[in-house]
Design a protein around this ligand. Structure first.
Ligand code: SF4
Length: 357
């Protein structure tokens, strides 16, 4: 497709707008690829205001790629706790180790090498290479999709294979050859602040004369998405087990939600169960077999936790026991006052804040 627009003018207008309007952020105007990488991974899943404190805490604890590589994954997850999408934290840790082993501890400069690192795809590689090294690789994130689809009036769904290719190629055509880093930051910031998803202020927009969507009165219809994300429901019945000021945790293993985070023992079922129903399950019987006294103290209100592809419904059953059995002794036994040393999901954290801390 050919776009009869002056691409250089658009890039220059974006850059001028950026220099006048950009937010001052700790990861701006720096060229350290490690810090840029950390900020980009954090910001892919969270708003700037929320991500800022995580970023500052993270780089204070892991100021260099070597510090991150030397740490334990459990600690990295603890610093990530609350951000969600924990596979990104696990990949950060893995990639830091790759930098140490495959690149002699120096963050790679070549775009192809950056792409070899765990968890780094086209977007992150383009961001790192353009921001840190001023290499001309165009970023395409949600903001860029929105700006381009509106500016050029593109109706191809952004989540289709053909749409992804079309937008990537247009973004690459549009990128400034003389200042690609500024250009990429400009278009992302422009999408975040000016060409916002709902009711953008088109009257004050410097690109309004170039904007096809404005001309066709289709700003609110773009960008177009074809698929609806399929969401599945899960039901977690957790046991907060108390034995003399201690409780039991287990690590989530296997490729599933919250991999490698810690949680209370649980029964997963196709619904939240009543106490009577729980006691009938094989998991409950195994967990509490051969224990002298098992007392159900209380059961929390049901909680709903929405993730990108799943909705988790959960409840927490507080159980007091008189002694432990072989099954429980295989779990991690910890003083209740020290649960905060473990990386847990936001759902667990909400229960702990409400009922335990
Ligand atoms: S005129 Fe409106 S829709 Fe077009 S680029 Fe500007 S803010 Fe976005």
């Amino acid at each position: 497709m050919s776009y009869n627009r002056n691409l250089i003018d658009i890039s220059d207008t974006l850059s001028a707008w950026y220099l006048a309007n950009k937010r001052e952020l700790p990861w701006r105007d720096i060229s350290d690829p490690y810090l840029i990488w950390i900020s980009e991974i954090i910001l892919q899943q969270t708003r700037v205001n929320q991500g800022m404190s995580y970023y500052l805490r993270f780089i204070e604890r892991f100021p260099t790629v070597a510090d991150l590589a030397c740490s334990e994954e459990d600690e990295v997850l603890k610093y990530w706790q609350g951000l969600g999408y924990y596979s990104r934290a696990r990949n950060l840790h893995k990639a830091a180790r790759q930098v140490m082993t495959d690149f002699e501890g120096v963050f790679p400069i070549e775009h192809a090498d950056v792409l070899k690192l765990a968890g780094i795809g086209d977007y992150t590689a383009a961001a790192i290479c353009s921001f840190a090294y001023d290499q001309p690789f165009a970023v395409v994130d949600g903001n860029v999709y929105r700006v381009l689809s509106r500016l050029f009036g593109i109706e191809t769904p952004i989540d289709s294979g053909i749409g992804k290719k079309e937008f990537a190629s247009l973004a690459q055509e549009l990128i400034s050859r003389s200042h690609p880093g500024i250009h990429n930051q400009s278009i992302m910031e422009f999408g975040a602040l000016q060409c916002v998803p709902v009711s953008p202020d088109c009257l004050s927009c410097p690109l309004q004369p170039n904007c096809r969507a404005y001309e066709l009165n289709s700003v609110d219809k773009l960008p177009i998405k074809s698929k609806k994300t399929k969401v599945s429901n899960r039901f977690f019945n957790y046991f907060f087990i108390e034995l003399g000021g201690q409780t039991y945790l287990q690590k989530r293993v296997g490729k599933d939600v919250w991999q490698n985070l810690f949680e209370f023992p649980l029964v997963e079922a196709d619904q939240l169960l009543t106490v009577e129903e729980l006691m009938e399950t094989d998991d409950f019987k195994k967990l509490f077999s051969r224990i002298g006294e098992v007392g159900i103290v209380k059961i929390s209100n049901p909680m709903k936790h929405v993730l990108s592809h799943r909705v988790i419904y959960a409840q927490f059953v507080t159980v007091k026991i008189s002694d432990e059995n072989a099954i429980l002794s295989e779990r991690i036994k910890t003083p209740i006052s020290e649960i905060d040393q473990f990386a847990v999901s936001r759902l667990m954290e909400l229960f702990l804040e409400d009922s335990v801390y």
